[in-house]
Design a protein around this ligand. Structure first.
Ligand code: MRU
Length: 353
């Protein structure tokens, strides 16, 4: 199957189950995995068949419904206890992206607040998962449009840089950082996108470039260690990245390597934007040092395909995310508008339009 232009939806409710685009097979194969059970959804999130902060939130919401559907009891207390086990399983998949925890909490709240029969609770859970999916799509489109308003006004056609994949594949559709890129492209404000390849899992090389090619967006792939050089050469007018969790002070966790891009942008006086829904802000954490950073298997760094890159006897460290300090971030682009990171207090965010 080939995706129709601009219509990439990584999580789709279809035939009474969830269809996930298998992101581990892109760009060579565009295939779907059918998910019928919450355990399979948990595995799909952990193995990154579905990945990207908002997309795993949407996937986990459906995972909660799939789990609820399996519970065979008419006792409310017993049902909620079983549902809590499903929530625990889904929460244990990936620790950094707060959208996962946000979506599961919203689903649990919906279950607790529905006072009808078990069947009615299940129906509410299905509707809540559908709403989380639909809202994220709208949110991304709003982020794209707000992003367009804060991009540098000159030159007319911009060269933007992004890291990892914060595109349609990483959300319900459209994307956050890549949503801004899309909006810029559609408004004639984009000359081209520079995409960091994003070692070790290569989301930039495999996924961001694939999305750009679907939509005809001119894209240049660079390796991660080329970003500073490109900035020095005057090739980049602004950087736009996504986020997995933003602390209350604006410190932002995103894909490993984002921090070095932000440092390079600061050194070259290039604006550095984070594009993310407000569900990515964790107001419980005062600063980025409290954000849990996922560590993944060392095979991701010492093995490419079947080839082992290193001699025996080497130790490995594979953090999947890093934290960019708020002072390196020009603005955070949300669905309610763009805001300076030091203004990211709950009350102020609500007033944004
Ligand atoms: O490990 P991944 O591929 O899930 O990491 C994805 C990222 O870091 C994205 O930039 C982030 O989730 C934002 S997605 C809109």
């Amino acid at each position: 199957m080939t995706p129709s232009l601009n219509q990439v939806y990584p999580v789709i409710w279809h035939n009474n189950s969830v269809s996930l685009i298998d992101q581990t097979r892109l760009p060579n194969e565009y295939t779907f995995v059918e998910i019928h059970r919450s355990e399979d959804m948990a595995r799909a999130i952990k193995t990154m068949i579905v990945r990207g902060a908002p997309a795993i939130g949407v996937a986990a919401a459906y995972g909660m419904y799939l789990g609820a559907r399996e519970i065979q009891t008419s006792d409310r207390h017993e049902f909620l206890q079983h549902l809590d086990k499903v929530a625990q399983l889904l929460r244990s998949t990936r620790p950094t992206a707060v959208n996962l925890f946000w979506a599961i909490s919203r689903m649990m709240k919906a279950a607790y607040e529905t006072l009808g029969t078990i069947e009615e609770i299940k129906q509410t859970l299905f509707q809540t998962a559908q709403a989380i999916n639909a809202e994220d799509l709208q949110t991304c489109q709003a982020i794209g449009d707000h992003g367009l308003a804060v991009l540098p006004s000159t030159p007319e056609k911009l060269r933007l840089l992004t890291h990892c994949n914060a595109g349609a594949l990483a959300t319900a559709g459209y994307g956050t950082a890549l949503g801004v890129v899309r909006s810029a492209w559609r408004q004639g404000r984009l000359e081209r996108l520079f995409a960091d390849e994003t070692r070790p899992r290569l989301q930039g090389a495999k996924l961001t470039t694939w999305e750009c090619v679907q939509e005809g967006i001119p894209v240049t792939l660079i390796t991660d260690n080329m970003a500073a050089h490109c900035m020095k050469q005057g090739l980049i007018h602004a950087v736009v990245v996504g986020a997995d969790r933003i602390a209350a002070n604006g410190d932002t966790a995103n894909k490993i390597g984002t921090y070095s891009v932000a440092i390079a942008a600061k050194a070259h006086n290039i604006p550095f934007f984070v594009a993310a829904p407000l569900s990515t802000v964790d107001f419980e954490l005062s600063d980025g040092s409290q954000i849990p950073i996922e560590e993944r298997e060392p095979t991701e760094i010492y093995q490419v395909g079947d080839t082992i890159l290193t001699p025996a006897g080497v130790d490995f460290y594979n953090p999947a995310f890093d934290v960019t300090p708020a002072e390196l971030i020009t603005a955070i682009i949300t669905e309610n508008g763009a805001i300076a990171p030091d203004k990211l207090a709950k009350s102020q965010v609500k007033q944004l339009v």
